[in-house]
Design a binder for this molecule. Structure first.
Ligand code: NAD
Length: 496
């Protein structure tokens, strides 16, 4: 059993205030522990990053891109190792881990054009003999705090762009899945990144608080649950930092009477149960317009769900794996219990699912619940498990009201063949990422990712163009070179 340490200034550091067990959700065993960094270790990482910043800031973007090119190749070469690490600690199946890593690598590919994105803006002749331009400078040392459910992809949303923009970075990955982010960060050294530009400190909230309160950290990117996101955003702001904090979700799929139901069912099954529902974009509520649609949908879902296979992470024939911990499995089961107690109907019950040979794994089977209403706690909360709830409404307006009144606003989707309805939906729905016959409308790397309402705190989304703005600060220079030495003389009115 290893104690997973930190990566600071280009070297592995093994300081450990406490050791936190890291579980293998497929077996329920503890394979490793992860070190919690002491305050001195966090300060050491910040110092290394601060010292590395001036030289990295002054490194031409084209040279930074060379490092990212090498990094991308190393990620490709090490895919199998990374997916294995993800599976061991997260429990997701190999094919799903590869999907996550591929989306992460696309964010590295986006940085290969960073010189173009940092070009700035220029205006000639804004006044007599006056030119003006804006430059985009890196903000300094940036911290990233990430969740367990995408151990590779979510960190890759953050630091490739931050580093390509000339910043130094300190990552605090989830203590539940620390190995893949640590392994990947070390590849940056191999790719030629100078020591201190990228650092990883492990631990839990104490490490986060040390990062949030240190003046040398200029910006914080956070992805995780909503209550923590809100705390991070407020604390970072109180400490004078720029912050983007992405939180939890409850994503509804609206199923219209004219939808291609067979397609909707296929899409719903993947988006509700893939990764055991542990995705912030998981579709966890299907809103059926009319009882006829609801009945037909349930009929087809029930048939399709008979074939669902749950298994350990290395069984590529399984559809999804275990949930992250025994505690989380119990929380998912408690949500299903509460739905039942509050009057919903459990149509397919995954509460007692066991996988042969993995009796101690944290498995919950695919669960389908009908007659869910908005008063039920299982409807209001983010369950983050393989549970699909059906809500019956009588009109599209009622369905949209449900979505708009929910506290979260991350993703949503409508299944329809009616272009007018789809357009009306996308225009009027209060959600940040909208799919039309697309169940997981996760933007590609050259757009940006972000929800609305309590799914996000802060103004700018993750990755893509928003991230370039988040990780840089604008400086606008206005200059005059008077022709023939002509001077304007003293002026007391505001320049116009
Ligand atoms: P979490 O909030 O428990 O943990 C996220 C990070 O915050 C971890 O690094 C953890 O160590 C740290 N943390 C936890 N409690 C803290 C505290 N009190 N003070 C300071 N730091 C703290 O989230 P999780 O369980 O790891 O991840 C699942 C959640 O993340 C879900 O709610 C999911 O929707 C959300 N998520 C959101 C997005 C998005 O883009 N909106 C993406 C992925 C996951």
């Amino acid at each position: 059993m290893a104690n997973i340490g930190h990566f600071i200034g280009g070297a592995l550091v093994s300081d450990s205030l406490r050791e936190i067990p890291v579980y293998n959700p497929s077996t329920g065993g503890v394979d490793n522990t992860v070190a919690t960094a002491s305050l001195e270790t966090v300060k050491h990482a910040i110092e290394k990053a601060t010292n590395a910043f001036p030289a990295w800031r002054d490194t031409p973007p084209a040279k930074r891109v060379k490092v990212m090119q090498n990094f991308k190749l190393l990620l490709d070469e090490n895919k199998d190792t990374i997916c294995e690490l993800i599976g061991q600690e997260h429990g997701k199946i190999g094919h799903d881990a590869l999907g996550e890593l591929t989306r992460g690598i696309e964010n590295v590919e986006y940085t290969l054009g960073i010189a173009e994105k940092l070009k700035g803006e220029h205006s000639n002749n804004v006044g007599p003999d006056i030119d003006s331009w804006s430059e985009f400078a890196p903000v300094g040392v940036v911290a990233g705090i990430t969740p367990f459910n995408f151990p590779a992809m979510v960190p890759l949303w953050m630091y490739p762009i931050a580093i390509a923009c000339g910043n130094c970075f300190i990552l605090k990955p989830s203590e539940k899945a620390p190995s893949a982010p640590l392994f990947i960060a070390k590849l940056l050294k191999e790719a030629g990144l100078p020591d201190g530009v990228m650092n990883v400190v492990n631990g839990d909230h104490e490490v986060v608080n040390a990062l949030l309160t240190d003046d040398r950290i200029k910006a914080v990117s956070f992805v995780g649950s909503t209550n923590v996101a809100e705390y991070i955003y407020k604390t970072a702001a109180d400490n004078g930092k720029r912050c983007q904090a992405l939180g939890g979700a409850k994503n509804h799929a609206i199923v219209m009477p004219d939808a291609d139901l067979d397609n909707a069912v296929e899409q719903l099954i993947g988006a509700a149960f893939g990764s055991s529902g542990e995705r912030c974009m998981a579709l966890s509520v299907a809103v059926a317009i009319g009882d006829d649609v609801a009945d037909r949908l349930i009929d087809k879902l029930s048939t399709a769900m008979e074939g669902l296979k749950v298994g350990p992470y290395h069984d590529n024939s399984a559809n999804f794996g275990a949930v992250i911990s025994a505690e989380h499995r119990d929380a998912v089961v408690a949500h299903i219990n509460s739905a039942e107690e509050q009057g919903a109907k459990i149509l397919i019950d995954g509460r007692h699912t066991k996988v042969d040979g993995y009796e101690n794994g944290y498995f919950v089977g695919g669960t389908l619940i009908d007659n869910v209403t908005t008063e039920m706690s299982s409807y209001q909360a983010e369950i983050f498990g393989p549970v699909l709830q059906i809500v019956r409404v009588s009109s599209m307006e009622d369905a949209m009201r449900l979505v708009n009144e929910h506290e979260y606003g991350n993703g949503t989707c409508i299944f329809t063949r009616d272009g007018e309805a789809a357009r009306y939906f996308s225009k009027n729905i209060e959600v940040g990422m909208v799919g039309i016959n697309i169940p997981l409308p996760v933007p590609v790397s050259y757009h940006s990712f972000g929800g609305w309402k309590r799914s996000v705190f802060g103004d700018l989304g993750a990755y893509g163009p928003d991230a370039v703005r988040f990780y840089t600060k604008r400086k606008t220079i206005t200059q005059r070179w008077p022709s023939n030495g002509v001077r304007e003389g003293i002026k007391f009115s505001f320049p116009s």
